[in-house]
Design a protein around this ligand. Structure first.
Ligand code: ADP
Ligand code: MG
Length: 226
């Protein structure tokens, strides 16, 4: 099982929206079973899940994660056959999220392409980097043709890898979320669903790539341990 932690210390950057949409994208691509978890006390993702259950939709599944037993719980989910675990986080990159980062195969950072959000990110990035885990930025809530977009994308490239697909500002993301749904159930052939499928492919590719580059490190660890 691969664990994807969605984080950004700024509230409203699109973490919860990206979490549930990517989780469903993974299921749609046949990459399930997918589990989601919400560690934000605000609970938007858990609210979404409860709505979804009421609407009779059964995937992805939900699992609560207590920080005190993170390792055991994640191990149990993996042993039970889950393929991907998406963890939505509170808008903070403090000590709590550091424990989550330690469990991540990838940290995904949704970011609105504005100078303010970029400045906020620069402050939060050291904690993410300290985890030593692969991370990627996702440009989120992108409004087409804004001059800021390309400038932010270029500035971000200097800080780390930016996934090539952008998640645009679309009414369908907000509206479907409110009903425990995603763009996939509302308009499966629409531009949003298409964009999400590509973003999920980018995410998977990023995990695969980062594992390739991390391999020598592990072999080295083994060699020194023997
Ligand atoms: N791509 C998007 N298009 C339209 N609205 C969005 C998009 N992403 C987020 N939103 C809206 O912005 C607000 C904050 O998004 P949310 O995912 O809850 O952010 P976070 O979890 O980072 O606080 C919500 O009202 C959500 O519906
Ligand atoms: Mg949220």
């Amino acid at each position: 099982m691969k664990t994807i932690v969605i984080a950004n210390q700024k509230g409203g950057s699109g973490k919860s929206t990206a979490t549930v949409h990517l989780a469903v994208a993974a299921e749609q691509a046949g990459d399930g079973p997918v589990i989601i978890s919400d560690t934000d006390p605000q609970g938007s993702t858990v609210d979404w899940f409860n709505q979804r259950k009421r609407a009779g939709l059964e995937t992805p599944r939900y699992s609560a994660l207590a920080l005190s037993e993170l390792k055991t719980r994640i191990g149990a989910l993996s042993a039970a056959g889950a393929s991907y675990l998406f963890i939505d986080t509170a808008p903070s990159v403090g000590a709590v999220n550091a424990e989550l980062f330690a469990m991540a195969d990838l940290i995904l950072i949704p970011l609105n392409p504005t100078p303010t959000d970029l400045r906020a990110l620069v402050k939060g990035l050291p904690v993410i980097k300290q985890s030593g885990k692969p991370f990627s930025f996702v440009l989120a809530r992108v409004r087409a043709n804004l001059r800021n977009n390309e400038g932010t994308a270029a500035a971000l490239e200097a800080l780390g890898l930016v996934l090539p697909t952008r998640m645009h500002e679309r009414v369908i993301y907000a509206e479907s979320f409110a009903h425990g749904k995603t763009a996939f159930e509302v308009d499966p052939k629409g531009v949003a669903a298409h964009e999400l499928s590509r973003l999920w492919e980018n995410t998977k590719a990023r995990i695969t790539e980062s594992q390739k580059t991390r391999k020598p490190e592990r072999q080295h660890e083994q060699a020194t341990a023997n």
